[in-house]
Write a protein that binds this ligand. Structure first.
Ligand SMILES: Nc1nc2c(ncn2[C@@H]2O[C@H](COP(=O)(O)OP(=O)(O)OP(=O)(O)O)[C@@H](O)[C@H]2O)c(=O)[nH]1
Ligand SMILES: [Mg+2]
Length: 332
């Protein structure tokens, strides 16, 4: 990648350019093992800073790189399955997006496992941040016979989607080009978001109106209301501390009346994901089986599987026996 390189002097990661202008911040978000760090290392090379997130034992990695003669600050967010406050990683990721306001989030998903990886995206689309989706692991999907239509996915999400294979640096230039376009010409994009059951959506609106002036700084009121109805521990704690008693009482009443909201919200996300996957993913037809499935079938076959196991054990025994013979001097 000739026009995409990390600076050679690694020590200081700058967040301002020579004229004092803020260097645009790109955050990599995604579930664990989606390839965020692979992409991060590819772009930043040695120009990385590794430490811990303030007050947490979670590793923080950031670094700078240049692309098309512009410098960017890249943050490798911790892998998270969702954005509900179940773990420090989830809190770090959402707090970073809400309070640090990166210029763009690159949501890294796996083409080989789109259904699972879209759960985090279903939450990211509810945050006020521009998103570009990096559809990674295209090589793995191809090997598994899974075809993901990136253009169709882009239409289904109403977001830019670029297919990449991070380990081979394929598609990464296109991804950066798209990220650069979005950063330099920000337009208000409304991604398609999960549609929540009407009664729960109404309850969210009502809670939003009540809490709007008390939400923590940088937290959108509609998002905080959604999280309250999902029973998010952190947001509940923060709002409890700031809501006047009479408002807290009426909000608690709404939450009690909608005690199935968490399930309704989760199922709206799963429906959203299901619809998208049906539109964009073609799995191998019956009869067409992938290489790994073929290996699995033979290795777990009641007869051939035993032969393979006996063969492997025999080889281990022979290797061990040969090793013993050479050590005891019986074989030269
Ligand atoms: N075949 C293939 N493997 C990939 C690709 N991208 C990443 N990997 C591999 O997937 C594994 C996980 O990649 P990471 O970059 O560590 O994933 P991550 O998203 O940073 O994971 P966490 O830090 O746990 O959140 C590594 O073994 C990578 O080499 C890809 O496009 N193709
Ligand atoms: Mg990582």
């Amino acid at each position: 990648m000739s026009d995409c390189h990390s600076s050679s002097t690694a020590e200081v990661i700058r967040t301002q350019d020579a004229k004092g202008h803020k260097i645009p911040v790109i955050a990599l978000a995604g579930q664990p093992n989606m390839g965020k760090s692979t992409l991060f290392n590819l772009l930043t090379g040695l120009n990385q800073h590794v430490g811990n997130w303030p007050g947490k034992t979670v590793e923080q990695r950031s670094g700078n790189f240049s692309f098309n003669e512009r410098e960017y600050h890249l943050v490798d967010l911790p892998g998270t399955y969702s954005l509900t406050a179940n773990s420090p990683e989830e809190v770090i990721t959402r707090e970073f997006i809400l309070t640090e306001k990166p210029d763009i989030v690159i949501a890294v998903v796996s083409a080989a496992n789109l259904e699972r990886s879209l759960y985090l995206v279903s939450e990211l689309v509810c945050l006020p941040v521009p998103i570009v989706v990096a559809l990674n692991m295209m090589d793995v999907a191809r090997q598994e016979g899974i075809a993901v239509d990136a253009q169709e996915l882009s239409q289904a999400l109403n977001l830019p989607v670029i297919a990449i294979t991070a380990t081979k640096a394929l598609g990464v230039r296109d991804l950066l080009q798209k990220a650069q376009e979005v950063i330099e010409h920000p337009t208000i994009v409304h991604p398609n978001v999960p549609e929540i059951r009407k009664d729960v959506a109404d309850a969210i609106d009502l809670v939003e109106q009540k809490i709007a002036q008390y939400v923590p700084q940088d937290h959108p009121a509609d998002w905080a209301a959604l999280k309250l109805l999902e029973g998010d521990v952190e947001i509940t704690k923060k709002l409890k501390a700031s809501l006047p008693p009479e408002i807290e009482k009426s909000v608690s009443e709404i939450l009690r009346e909608n005690d199935d909201a968490m399930v309704a919200v989760a199922s709206s996300r799963y429906n959203w994901i299901g619809d998208i996957v049906r539109r964009c993913v073609k799995k191998p037809k019956m009869g067409q089986i992938s290489i790994t499935e073929r290996i699995d079938r033979i290795a777990t076959h009641p007869v051939w599987g035993l032969f393979i196991l006996a063969g492997i054990l025999g080889l281990v025994f022979l290797a061990d026996f040969y090793h013993w013979l050479t050590r005891s001097g019986l074989v030269g």
